[in-house]
Design a protein around this ligand. Structure first.
Ligand code: NAP
Length: 288
């Protein structure tokens, strides 16, 4: 048991909302004492915060670049979990500084995807930031999950299965680690409470809810739904060229990464033997 009882989530949005919910379940069960949500003053009154407040979270406003305000907001917190948007990833330096000033024992940076060390573009920026966060903040816990099994099926990355047309990199056979947001949240909440502190400080967690290729997912979808998908395969050479021309071509960057290096590494799933994560096909084509 880590002994950590007070948790803060800074920038709870698409991902942080799930983590807050799982921590609040631990609070309901008497396993932890407090869940603090730190939001920017301009969004502190958003609906999600009202819902979390009604569930028992304490909502605090602080600008993410205001070290004194953040330090006050994080006073007494053992674990600071950042789920700040990829668009504002650099602001985590001040959040980590404040977490350290407030005496936190662990800082979880906003990663939650595939490994980002030595990558180009916006995802690589996360990996580059890790050393700085370790330097200025408390010990870090880096969480890799692969793409979100419940959040990837969107037009902007050509994965809108509901439209009947999808496009992926390479031949579609590369295995990819997937994790749904709810499964990530359950795993993280469990481990932050039950693992020893030594497994949480300056450590990496690699979660793999499912390990399947795009072709396996699409076959499963077609079998379950009876709908045929029109699949376009884009060569890794063409994707690489696109990323070289524009490192911020997020679609090309992600598909190149998934086609060539889509695994999280050796999974740490055994840290939560009862985890029982959801399969990708059960999310995109649930059994009736
Ligand atoms: N593996 C995957 O498939 C996958 C998919 C999506 C995201 N992710 C990763 O998960 C992490 C969180 O992403 P998300 O989708 O949850 O983010 P999000 O909902 O877009 O944003 C999270 C929070 O960031 C804060 N924020 C937004 N814009 C900001 C700005 N300009 N300056 C300062 N703070 C700002 C907001 O906090 P307040 O409103 O509370 O102030 C917001 O609620 C990121 O690292 C992202 O890359 C992974």
């Amino acid at each position: 048991m880590s002994g950590y009882k007070k948790f803060a989530i800074v920038g709870a949005g698409n991902v942080g909302g799930f983590i807050a919910e799982e921590l609040l379940k631990k609070k309901d069960a008497g396993k932890i004492d407090e869940v603090v949500i730190v939001s920017r003053p301009e969004s502190v009154d958003k609906e999600q915060n009202k819902t979390l407040a009604a569930r028992g979270a304490r909502i605090v406003a602080a600008a993410f670049d205001d070290v004194p305000a953040l330090t006050k907001a994080l006073a007494g917190v053992h674990v600071v979990i950042s789920t700040i948007s990829l668009l504002a990833i650099d602001v985590q330096v001040t959040v980590a500084e404040a977490a350290k000033a407030a005496g936190a024992s662990v800082f979880v940076p906003s990663e939650y995807g595939g490994p980002t060390e030595n990558l180009p573009g916006p995802l690589g920026a996360k990996g580059t930031l890790q050393a700085k966060l370790r330097e200025v903040g408390p010990p870090t816990l880096v969480v890799y999950t692969g793409p979100f099994a419940d959040f990837a099926w969107i037009p902007v990355v050509h994965l809108d299965v509901a439209s009947g047309k999808v496009s992926v990199g390479g031949d579609g056979n590369s295995k990819i680690s997937w994790t749904a947001r709810g499964d990530l949240a359950r795993f993280l909440a469990h481990v932050l409470v039950h693992a020893p502190a030594s497994r949480l400080q300056n450590q990496t967690l690699r979660l793999e809810g499912d390990r399947v290729s795009f072709n396996e997912i699409f076959r499963g979808y077609e079998e379950r739904t009876g709908k045929k998908l029109e699949i376009t395969y884009r060569s890794t050479e063409s994707l690489r060229q696109k990323v070289e021309e524009n490192p911020y071509d997020f679609d090309a960057d992600l598909h190149l990464n998934w086609a060539t290096d889509g695994l999280v590494g050796e999974p740490d799933n055994a840290l939560y033997p009862d985890w029982n994560p959801t399969k990708v096909v059960d999310i995109i084509a649930p059994r009736k």
